[in-house]
Design a binder for this molecule. Structure first.
Ligand code: ZN
Length: 204
């Protein structure tokens, strides 16, 4: 992967002097886009800088991630390089909304699964609501094609879980607008159904 500016994500960085600590000498870089100087530290867990994370979540909440990813002017205004996109975050956040709404559904049965256990959540969802056709029963009150719908929801969970694993921590280029759009669609469908079920159970 090409090295990028740790502040704005631009690939337009050049080597500029060295910095050293007690143990090691680090190559310093200068970003031609935001003009900041930094060192690329080897990270154990890949991570983003806080600004990108917060901005991404913010954009997402406002439904802007997708739009901003393709809008050079806004990116310029926010001090981002024009080749940066947030499609990975659209996919990750879409998945999280599916994941958390499933946890809410499991909560109606007083089933609590640790927030980090994604696979366990998927299995519990399948076991508690799909295999025993309970979700289908609930969905039957709302949708004509309840059986298909229940199956679709499980498929969405599985698919988006896999996608999130694949896309998280990867800056995605413009060509990934389609999977990002699909994730939003899936998440909307999923959330909408779960919301209706919870409303029918008079939980929300
Ligand atoms: Zn920069």
């Amino acid at each position: 992967m090409k090295e990028r500016c740790i502040y704005c994500g631009s690939e337009g960085i050049i080597k500029k002097g060295k910095r050293k600590n007690k143990y090691k000498i680090f190559q310093q870089y200068h970003c031609k886009n935001c003009r900041k100087i930094f060192v690329l530290k080897p990270l154990k867990n890949k991570t983003y800088n806080v600004k990108i994370i917060l901005d991404s979540l913010n954009f997402y909440n406002q439904g802007y991630s997708l739009k901003i990813s393709a809008d050079g002017k806004i990116k310029e205004l926010l001090g981002y390089s024009k080749d940066i996109s947030f499609y990975d975050w659209v996919i990750v956040c879409s998945y999280y909304s599916i994941f958390h709404s499933t946890q809410a559904l499991l909560g109606t049965k007083r089933i609590k699964i640790n927030n980090r256990l994604h696979y366990a959540t998927l299995i519990a969802f399948a076991k508690q609501f799909i295999i025993n056709k309970e979700l289908e029963e609930e969905l039957f009150l709302i949708y004509e094609d309840a059986e298909e719908k229940a199956r679709e929801l499980l498929e969405i969970f599985e698919k988006e879980k896999e996608k999130r694993g694949k896309f998280q921590y990867h800056r995605l280029s413009r060509s990934n607008i389609e999977p990002a759009k699909k994730s939003i669609e899936n998440a909307k469908m999923f959330l909408d159904s779960i919301e209706k079920v919870l409303a029918n159970k008079k939980i929300i």
